[in-house]
Design a protein around this ligand. Sequence first.
Ligand SMILES: Cc1cc2nc3c(=O)[nH]c(=O)nc-3n(C[C@H](O)[C@H](O)[C@H](O)COP(=O)(O)OP(=O)(O)OC[C@H]3O[C@@H](n4cnc5c(N)ncnc54)[C@H](O)[C@@H]3O)c2cc1C
Ligand code: SF4
Ligand code: SF4
Ligand code: SF4
Length: 342
Amino acid sequence: MAHPKILEVIEHDVCTACGACVSTCPAGAITMDKHAEVRDPDNLEYYVKGAAPDVCEGCFTCGRLCPVIDGYVDDEFADVKEFFAAKSTIKGQDGGVTSLLAKALLESGEVDCIVGIARDEKWDTELILMTKPEDVDRTTGTKYTYDSVLSALRDPFENYEKIAVIGVPCQAHGARLISENVNDKIVLIMGLLCMESFHHDVMTEKVVPEIMGLKAEDVVKMNFNKGQFWNITKDGEEHTVKIPVVAPHARNPCHHCCDYTSVSADISLGSVGAPEGWNSVLIRTEAGKKYFDMFKDKVEIMEDPKPGMFLIKKLAAMKHDNNEGHYREVCEKFTFDECGIR
Ligand SMILES: Cc1cc2nc3c(=O)[nH]c(=O)nc-3n(C[C@H](O)[C@H](O)[C@H](O)COP(=O)(O)OP(=O)(O)OC[C@H]3O[C@@H](n4cnc5c(N)ncnc54)[C@H](O)[C@@H]3O)c2cc1C
Ligand code: SF4
Ligand code: SF4
Ligand code: SF4
């Protein structure tokens, strides 16, 4: 009877729900509920439903695509080729550079499609397959809840040739493992910086109403900045609490995650390290440089931005300090030993 390694990742509640296994399992054996985060380690119904042994063919592909099994690097900055700040004219979460690149890639035909995340008024998320520049407009802005970006790649892998991925570090990592192991249609990975994310119901039923004292539908923007969690409401008011008040409510896999800057991406984008309204941009690969340079004239660039790389490194070190012990503990429980921090 097949026992894919990802079963242990799910059992120990460290599955990030990236969706790499869902989009690539040749038997189509793994399914993800709409709110992937409801995968409950004490109730493996979602897993068993999809990957019951009579369906699973025991090819073990999924174990090679799982970021949690692959593990983390100690030095997140070894491969960074260029660091600068950039901003566009698009009203995005920060400098809108992610959306600008997405639009330019689709407009120029350099990529056929990109998966993005839209949200409704109540901050419920929806995965969008962007094939036209105007599709990008629905996806701007950060959702601090999680949706399984890579699970939406199953159809694109069948129907398109050149795919770009935008996602948080666990998704960038899963995308890189897919492109290295099973499918070379991913031409560009844009990874976001990420300290943590939240279950949809925790965000909308606990964090926003109980901690912030607000209704989710009144909140137009969320942000983590300057040590505070910010909710901007429709009336323009800014509501804040200190990050340590909300951080413990993040998803369990996020407390085991040791990637802050999307190490596996071609281009990493964030806000930390850049001035307000700008993106910090880390170019990591030749592909990242090639695509960024193609559209560089569409954005404003600031070399040597302040506060700069030192702050990104400080926060990456903080994430590692907080989470490495948790991750190592769970690795000890696995029956396989690929995982770890190198
Ligand atoms: C959960 C989360 C935590 C983050 N934490 C940090 C942090 O600690 N420090 C930091 O510097 N930056 C962090 N970021 C990145 C930051 O919020 C911006 O996404 C980044 O600076 C790009 O800004 P932009 O203006 O270019 O984005 P925009 O042009 O507004 O584009 C936003 C893009 O992000 C995608 N997106 C939105 N929400 C999600 C999501 N939940 N999962 C995957 N993709 C999503 C959209 O599909 C869209 O393509 C985080 C992002 C997320 C999603
Ligand atoms: S072992 Fe192969 S068939 Fe089984 S769930 Fe994993 S990818 Fe699918
Ligand atoms: S590949 Fe992603 S979704 Fe699949 S088990 Fe690993 S972390 Fe979870
Ligand atoms: S903290 Fe890690 S596991 Fe959580 S959403 Fe961010 S990259 Fe994924």
